[in-house]
Design a protein around this ligand. Structure first.
Ligand SMILES: Nc1ncnc2c1ncn2[C@@H]1O[C@H](COP(=O)(O)OP(=O)(O)OP(=O)(O)O)[C@@H](O)[C@H]1O
Length: 641
């Protein structure tokens, strides 16, 4: 059988779809061979897989068993799901087997595509990690795909947030384990903490591992779904485990005092705020003012340096962290909202006193602060997998970063059916109010046409504000945000029905598969209204990718306003200038060319975030080298190995 050689052409570059290319022949061949095995008794499939495993364990390469492994996987998929994989899915799988990121458009069936490389790499018997963006998707994929793997004689596990260590250990001992990068990364760090100094002695490490002291096996293969979200968007903050410091009334008094004291400070005069980096620096006059402010007796022993630092944290909490956008409040606790996925992250805390500063700002009980115990960047964590690959609908514009950081190429895979998604012209308004009115009008028109509508919003707060406006206009709708994650599956299952209006945060941005009812399909499919642009064009493309999947009809439109969050990332004086200019141009809708400002701001932010990631990696590399040189566990921070 000939091996897969993907031509770099995209469907647009090679519109002659009737001519079978070498790659199409490769995919057709795999499917044909799987059809030839249609009478193979079920019990023979695991036997054949065991044969392949034996060959890999005896030193044969993955490439030499790839065709047979793919054939058996296709057979199992057909017997379980009742349909064949599309050729393009087999091409996507083949490029992943050669350590690439397959760029497959949204809705092309990436979840099933990943089964093929997962089966192939599982033959080494060292564990395959299929990494997704959230617990919901990890659990959904593991549950839905389990029958396919089990037919092949392969075991499947899933790691989610609230699991105990023993259950995690079990899940990692399976052939294929589903989970999020965060869960897998934190398990990795917890293992490094368990190892302590033994990490650097190969022999003791092995013994420790064999005795079951660790939860994870050594990293071997990672297949990353939504690769740009996991490897790029989420890679701006390192994975970090903190250890709780003892409670201290002094510190509680300090956080509370700082939260009040900042009301007396003036921007530009007493402090400088950098909104891009979300940092605040006290100026000399600011420091002098803080020194002179009256303090409670409990703070007498706190040195001025610590007070300045906590004043800066309190200002950051006040200026850059908004309730129902960056965090939510639940039962007297601050719960972080993941900015790129819109999901809650219970149990996670901001470091260096920021979490406590936010608690003080919200007049909540102050939790005990944590200090760094172990940390690793997402980049470094994934670099340690000798076999890795990924898939996403939005990889091309991060091609360079994938190559430089992870040594992963990006391969564009043609769509199965031509995509007929249609974008309507972006509309820009001078105020949020004018934008909401226009969204409402558009919604009413769409509902009259018998469409289903998904409205994307940037935060929990924004989704609820828009919901209130819809209530005023008596438009029935559902909300999909971090507060309703328990009923996510039901909300998604209704989102493609006649007259359905779903207001969602980024939670619906990735992996959400909205099935259309026949009437909605007939009326033009799902329409996506994006009510803001995100900090990365890839996140916007994912939201828009909820419509017009697999050749279905579908449309989308952006509604933007000069009061949008995105523009707040520009320097304040520039935003004010632009807003004044806009209000001179119109009080309602602005000319279409104002949309360029949003695209430029988005590109500016993308560049900034890339720089931040590069800087973080440079810093980590330096730190690791120093730790190694002096013989300490390089993953342990404050404990010093
Ligand atoms: N070969 C196939 N034949 C028929 N249906 C398929 C096939 N492959 C996948 N599907 C179906 O297509 C739908 C979309 O699949 P999936 O959610 O995996 O897409 P995706 O590429 O991951 O989308 P997104 O990028 O939005 O996450 C699912 O309902 C899945 O069952």
């Amino acid at each position: 059988m000939e091996s897969a050689t993907l031509s770099p052409t995209t469907p647009d570059e090679n519109p002659d779809r009737t001519k079978p290319t070498k790659t199409v022949r490769f995919a057709a061949n795999i499917l044909q061979r799987s059809h030839e095995l249609k009478d193979l008794p079920s019990e023979d499939i695991p036997r054949l897989i065991r044969g392949l495993r034996h060959r890999v364990e005896s030193g044969e390469s993955f490439a030499s068993v790839q065709d047979e492994a793919f054939t058996l996987a296709c057979l199992s998929i057909r017997r379980t799901c009742g349909f064949d994989l599309h050729h393009v899915q087999i091409l996507g799988a083949s490029s992943m087997a050669r350590h690439s990121i397959s760029e497959m458009q949204t809705g092309e069936g990436k979840t099933l595509t990943a089964v093929l490389p997962a089966v192939l790499f599982s033959l080494a018997g060292r564990g395959v990690h299929v990494v997704t963006v959230n617990d919901y998707l990890a659990d959904r994929d593991a549950t839905e795909l389990r029958p396919i793997y089990e037919r092949l004689g392969l075991s499947v596990g899933c790691v989610t947030t609230d699991m105990e260590d023993e259950a995690r250990r079990q899940a990692y001992s399976r052939d294929i384990t589903y989970g999020t990068a965060k869960e897998m990364g934190f398990d990795y760090l917890r293992d490094r903490l368990r190892l302590g100094a033994e990490l650097i002695h190969e022999e003791t490490r092995k013994i420790f591992q064999e005795e079951g002291g660790l939860v994870q096996r050594n990293q071997f293969c990672a297949i990353v779904d939504e690769a740009d979200s996991v490897l790029i968007d989420d890679a701006r903050t390192p994975l970090l485990i903190g250890t709780a410091q003892p409670e201290s009334p002094q510190r509680v008094a300090l956080f509370r005092w700082c939260s009040r004291a900042i009301q007396k400070l003036e921007s530009h005069k007493d402090y400088i705020a950098d909104s891009k980096k979300r940092q605040v620096f006290l100026t000399d006059p600011g420091c002098r003012k803080v020194v002179l402010l009256g303090k409670p007796p409990l703070m007498e022993a706190v040195n001025m340096e610590t007070i300045f630092e906590n004043i800066e944290r309190a200002l950051e909490a006040y200026l850059f962290y908004q309730r129902d956008r960056h965090y939510t409040l639940h039962e007297d606790e601050v719960t972080i909202v993941d900015e790129s996925t819109g999901r809650l992250m219970p149990g996670r805390k901001w470091q260096n006193g920021l979490h406590q500063a936010i608690e003080a700002k919200e007049h909540l009980p102050i939790s005990s602060p944590t200090s760094d115990a172990a940390r690793v960047t997402v980049q470094r964590f994934f670099q340690q997998y000798p076999q890795k690959c990924g898939m996403t609908g939005t990889a091309s514009n991060a091609k360079r970063e994938f190559r430089k950081t992870y040594r992963l190429g990006v391969q564009r895979i043609p769509t199965n059916c031509p995509c007929i998604r249609k974008g309507l012209p972006t509309r820009v308004f001078s105020t949020q109010e004018a934008k909401n009115q226009a969204v409402m009008k558009s919604l009413q028109e769409l509902l009259q046409q018998g469409r289903a509508v998904l409205v994307g919003t940037p935060s929990v707060g924004a989704s609820e504000r828009l919901s209130a406006v819809l209530h005023e206009h008596q438009i029935d709708h559902e909300i999909l945000n971090a507060r309703y994650h328990e009923v996510e599956a039901q909300i998604v299952s209704r989102a493609g029905q006649l007259g359905a209006v779903t207001i969602a945060t980024n939670m619906a941005g990735r992996g959400t598969d909205i099935k259309l009812s026949p009437e909605v399909q007939e009326a033009g499919g799902l329409h996506v209204i994006a009510t803001e642009m995100h900090s990365s064009a890839r996140i916007d493309r994912q939201l828009v990718g909820r419509c017009a999947r697999q050749g279905d009809p579908g449309t989308f439109q952006f509604f933007l306003s000069m009061e949008d969050e995105l523009l707040k990332n520009l320097p304040a004086d520039r935003v004010n200038r632009i807003r004044k200019q806009a209000s001179r141009a119109s009080v309602g809708e602005l000319p279409a060319n104002w949309a360029k400002l949003f695209k430029r701001t988005q590109r500016f932010l993308e560049r900034n975030h890339y720089k931040q990631r590069k800087q973080m990696m440079k810093h980590e590399k330096k730190q690791m080298e120093t730790y190694r040189r002096i013989g300490l566990n390089p993953y342990l921070e404050a404990t010093g190995g």
